[in-house]
Each structure stands twice: as C-alpha cells, then as structure tokens.
Design a protein around this ligand. Sequence first.
Ligand code: H2B
Length: 96
Amino acid sequence: MQRLETQQILSALQALPEWSYEDGALNRSYHFPSFTHAMAFLAGAATVIEKMNHHPDWSNVYNRVEVRLSTHDAGGVTQLDLDLAAHMESLAQRLL
Ligand code: H2B
C-alpha cells in the first residue's frame, strides 16, 4: 500500500467532511448519544477492521470516540485509511 500525497488526501476528504488530515493521519471525533451507542460503534467497526486487517488508533471516554487512522507500515495515509474512514462514517450515521 502506497502512502498518498497531501493533495490526494485533502481531495478525498471532500467526501468525508467530518474528517481532518493532521499530523500524518486522518482524525475524527465522534460524540454519540450514550455510552451504549459508542460501544455499538466500536463493536460494529471492529468487524470491518478485522476483515480489512487494518487497525485504527482509537480511544473512548464515555460517549466519545476519538479515531486516528494511518498505515504504520507505509508511514502515512493510504487508500486503506480512506476506505476504513468511509466504513466508519456509514456505521456511525445510524448511531449518531
Ligand atoms: N493497521 C494499521 N493502521 N497500519 C498498519 O500498518 C497495519 C495495521 N499493519 N494492521 C498490519 C496490521 C500489519 O501489522 C499486518 C502484518 O499486515
């Protein structure tokens, strides 16, 4: 998987307006209605993540989930990160 150039990343993020490109990674903060919603999001995303074998840096505090996506092997953002961000976004739509 090849690392993408900044311009390619910014252009792809036009389809993911809630995501930002900072510090070499894609970033998104989710604020769910409850802890249960946040857990449903994490569990749903975990299935996709395992299928992709592509893992986020993420953290949870109560109803908030902070996600940071990069491809460690490539030292930056690749198409895999954009694909995972799109999957997470469609999962989250049903829970936000
Ligand atoms: N996830 C992420 N985000 N970046 C990686 O480089 C990565 C990964 N590498 N999940 C995978 C697993 C790698 O360890 C295996 C061997 O493909």
